[in-house]
Design a protein around this ligand. Structure first.
Ligand code: GDP
Length: 422
């Protein structure tokens, strides 16, 4: 069984046009699953599934894509300490028509990259998604994209996240250079400059001393960062004032992780996905700060026979329980039901109970979606996300479970979205 500690189920949420599709593509490229970056304006983006979506050039579906990431890396290069992390990226639609779809995906993910445009800052859809993420208590990292654009302003967006979204947004970085000259960031944890190496498409970076004219500002922001997470480590503030050099990077990372998972801060980073700058640093932050399936609370539901409350822990030995969050038609395999497996183990070819319909249905195949291919898998276990083939009657929000241990996970009873075609 895969170690759930190394798994991350996360989404990327953004207002339309902030760069979610581009960022997703960079991630899939970095993680080695696609070789050619589809151009967004051609409508060939990997996460674009439906014709309509291609026509409109926006992402409206909630596909889940799986990939692997090596972490930690030594300046972007894998070394002996590097471990493989498994990502399921749940696509959260960015168009205002589809907030119900966002809601569904929010239910099944454990963390979020909240993407903002460095020029446009907090936009109406960012606010909607933010509120939904609050409702489901989803820890998030803020990524301020488009730092290469004219008028880009990282700290303006940080301020807006505080003021407009009411979150304690805490910069982990400061940009080095701006607009065309945007070349790196000051890492406020390591207190070093990072300059991305464009020869490796920004996968690796050089470490430099913090530019002299930024040192004072960096020290000030590091102070804000330490203060913001100090309550998660008693000694941090003391060390900061008495002997700042005695603070290790790991101590700061751990305090940030706890504060982020607790929803008391939103760590803020910046980059340009279009220019391949900063996306890999954000992926490192996903591994560092966003929770794994074992870090989240056990899921609650009700026994449909007795009405009693039941819980399911993220453990393969528990009875199987899963929630279908997206049904879509795939040109190759037909109807696909994306589901999050909260507990237990399910073999392809076996039967599950759909609590709503009361029927046992056979799942002929279980698929994992990679950037541009679908791989059948033999089984799926707690914490993972997959797509099932073979259902005759399935709707989003349905609970799938072990017949002998029935459970209805919270059902949102939300209507199907009305898709307005312009
Ligand atoms: P989405 O609607 O959030 O999925 O946004 P897209 O990924 O489709 O990006 C919208 C537009 O912004 C496209 O033309 C992208 O090429 C462009 N874009 C995305 N990221 C960046 C960036 O970091 N810098 C610049 N200059 N343009 C970007």
């Amino acid at each position: 069984m895969a170690d759930l500690k190394f798994q991350r189920n996360f989404g990327i949420a953004a207002h339309i046009d902030a760069g979610k599709t581009t960022t997703t593509e960079r991630i899939l490229r970095y993680t080695g699953m696609i070789h050619k970056i589809g151009e967004v304006h051609d409508g060939a983006a990997t996460t674009d599934w439906m014709e309509q979506e291609k026509e409109r050039g926006i992402t409206i579906t909630s596909a889940a894509v799986s990939c692997q990431w090596n972490f930690p890396t030594n300046k972007g290069k894998a070394d002996a300490n590097t471990k493989k992390y498994y990502f399921n990226i749940i696509d959260t639609p960015g168009h205002v028509d589809f907030t119900i779809e966002v809601e569904r995906s929010m239910r099944v993910l454990d963390g979020l990259i909240a993407l903002f445009s460095a020029v446009d800052g907090v936009e109406p859809q960012s606010e909607t998604v933010w509120r939904q993420a609050n409702r489901y208590k989803v820890p998030r990292i803020g990524f301020v994209n488009k730092m290469d654009r004219s008028g880009a302003d990282f700290l303006m967006v940080v301020r807006q996240v505080k003021e407009m979204l009411g979150a304690k947004a805490v910069p982990l970085q400061l940009p080095i250079g701006a607009e065309d000259d945007f070349k790196g960031v000051v890492d406020l944890i390591r207190m070093k400059g990072i300059i991305w190496d464009m020869a490796t498409e920004g996968m690796t970076f050089e470490e430099i001393e913090i530019p002299a004219d930024m040192l004072e500002e960096a020290q000030e922001w590091r102070g804000h960062l330490i203060e913001a997470v100090a309550e998660y480590d008693d000694k941090l503030l003391e060390k900061f004032f008495e002997d700042p050099n005695s603070i290790s990077d790991d101590e700061v990372h751990e305090a940030i992780r706890k504060a982020c998972v607790d929803l008391s801060i939103v760590p803020m980073m910046c980059g340009s996905s279009f220019k391949n700058k900063g996306v890999q640093t954000a992926l490192d932050a996903v591994c560092r700060y966003l929770p794994s399936p074992v870090d989240i609370d056990a899921v609650e539901g009700t026994n449909p026979d007795t009405g009693e409350a039941e819980i399911r822990k993220p453990d393969a030995k528990e009875p199987f329980a899963a929630l279908a969050f997206k049904i879509m038609t795939d040109p190759f395999v037909g109807r696909l039901a994306f589901f999050r497996c909260y507990s237990g183990h399910l073999d392809a070819g076996s039967y599950v109970l759909n609590v709503r319909s009361g029927k046992n249905e056979r799942i002929s195949r279980i698929m994992k979606m990679f950037a541009n291919k679908q791989n059948p898998i033999d089984f799926i276990e707690a914490g993972d996300i997959g797509a099932a083939v073979g259902f005759k009657d399935i709707k989003t929000g349905d609970t799938l479970c072990d017949e002998k241990h029935p459970i209805a996970l919270e059902n949102m009873f939300i209507p199907e979205p009305v898709i307005a075609i312009a």
